[in-house]
Design a protein around this ligand. Structure first.
Ligand SMILES: [Zn+2]
Ligand SMILES: [Zn+2]
Length: 204
């Protein structure tokens, strides 16, 4: 890395001068996003559906889409953005283009949303990567996001899950394919099984 690039990287870490999403404009008020990116991101506003974490514009507790689905095994889902447009671009960059710096932005946004909705939890559980993918990527994006989330909210991060099989890349599959892809992909780490009996947990 050339000297000026190294200095720029150091300055970026300590004083982020550019937006974390577009890497072009200055961020809005000492935060990580510029005004234009904040506007383009498909944030979920209004009443939340506790089954999918998306907007609930119906009259029932869960949204019209979830009413047609099988009941979910969790009590409360909370999503920051729709998996669409600019949000999809950010997630793909974090996962496949070595943009690990985006974990800070996504962790901050998740923490802000979580605190706004006042949902209680005892721990945050990152989704593990298969070791071969971890070796290739160099980091687990879920763990990075969970760690930022944990620092801001004070909810401890516990690595309770183990990946039991290698699965195709999620971002390139449909919702149905993603569901099928993940079934039986994880185990609970044996020594930590007792946590599941006593705790309310968040999977990040
Ligand atoms: Zn931007
Ligand atoms: Zn829903």
């Amino acid at each position: 890395m050339k000297e000026h690039a190294l200095i720029k990287k150091a300055v970026d870490i300590f004083f982020p001068a550019i937006c974390y999403a577009c890497r072009e404009n200055p961020p809005e008020n000492s935060r990580t996003l510029c005004a234009s990116c904040r506007e383009k991101l498909p944030f979920i506003e209004g009443n939340l559906c506790p089954a999918c974490g998306g907007v609930n514009d119906g009259i029932f507790l869960i949204c019209p889409k979830c009413l047609k689905e099988e009941p979910r095994p969790w009590k409360n889902a909370c999503a920051v953005m729709n998996y669409d447009g600019k949000a999809m671009e950010l997630i793909k960059n974090l996962k496949y283009n070595k943009a690990s710096f985006l974990a800070r932005l996504l962790g901050e946004m998740a923490a802000e949303k979580w605190m706004k909705n006042k949902i209680h939890a005892d721990c945050v559980v990152p989704i593990p990567l298969h070791w071969t993918r971890m070796l290739k990527r160099g980091y687990n994006q879920s763990e990075l996001v969970a760690s930022v989330f944990s620092k801001i909210t004070g909810i401890p991060m516990l690595k309770l899950l183990k990946r039991s099989k290698m699965t195709p890349k999620q971002a390139f599959l449909s919702r149905e394919q993603r569901k099928k892809n993940l079934s039986a992909a994880f185990n609970i780490a044996k020594k930590k099984i007792y946590y599941f009996k006593i705790r309310r947990y968040i999977a990040s």
